[in-house]
Design a protein around this ligand. Sequence first.
Ligand SMILES: *[C@@H]1O[C@H](CO)[C@@H](O)[C@H](O)[C@H]1NC(C)=O
Ligand SMILES: *[C@@H]1O[C@H](CO)[C@@H](O)[C@H](O)[C@H]1NC(C)=O
Length: 186
Amino acid sequence: MASLSLVLLPLIFSTSLLLTVTVTQSEAYSKTKPFQGYKPEKLTQLHFYFHDVISGDKPTTIRVAEAPGTNSSATAFGVVTVADCPLTEGPDMSSKEVGRAQGMYASTDMKTFGFTMVFNLAFTEGEFNGSTVAMYGRNAILLEGRELPIIGGTGAFRFARGYALPKTYKIVGIDAVVEYNVFIWH
Ligand SMILES: *[C@@H]1O[C@H](CO)[C@@H](O)[C@H](O)[C@H]1NC(C)=O
Ligand SMILES: *[C@@H]1O[C@H](CO)[C@@H](O)[C@H](O)[C@H]1NC(C)=O
């Protein structure tokens, strides 16, 4: 026992010393310095198809929550879904995948089909492989012309601002293929 504490004591000692040192050298909580401003230089247009598969044994979109009145609501008000949907070059699910739309959407309109979408578009092809954009907004799915804001991004899309124009391409049962034109200033 005695020899064990003899071995452990210096260890504990050096660990607490290390902790002290770490605390002293930690970075300041905040730093503010003059910034020359960021001027977006490019406008990138992306075009792809978003596959929202709810039915079958390989859904891309899963219902995770609902309100007591969701099933009796004409607009499924209160339903919350989580999705990892493929984004492909062509309208066919088997065409080349260029990224994934990962996020969630919830029915937030009592009168018409209107979803609040919270998505990260994570690209996996070409020069934007590894870059993401954050898309957030209202999607009134029955409207022909819809628009969702692009509110930020990572990688090649740092500082991104822009908008996405979804257009329903095909509906099969409760599944949908949606064509997207996305304009990103970055
Ligand atoms: C509402 O409908 C969904 C989908 O059909 C079903 O999974 C769920 O159990 C239903 N909820 C209630 C409370 O009946
Ligand atoms: C995309 O990037 C990942 C991670 O760096 C890499 O493993 C993958 O091969 C890349 N895909 C393409 C199509 O370049």
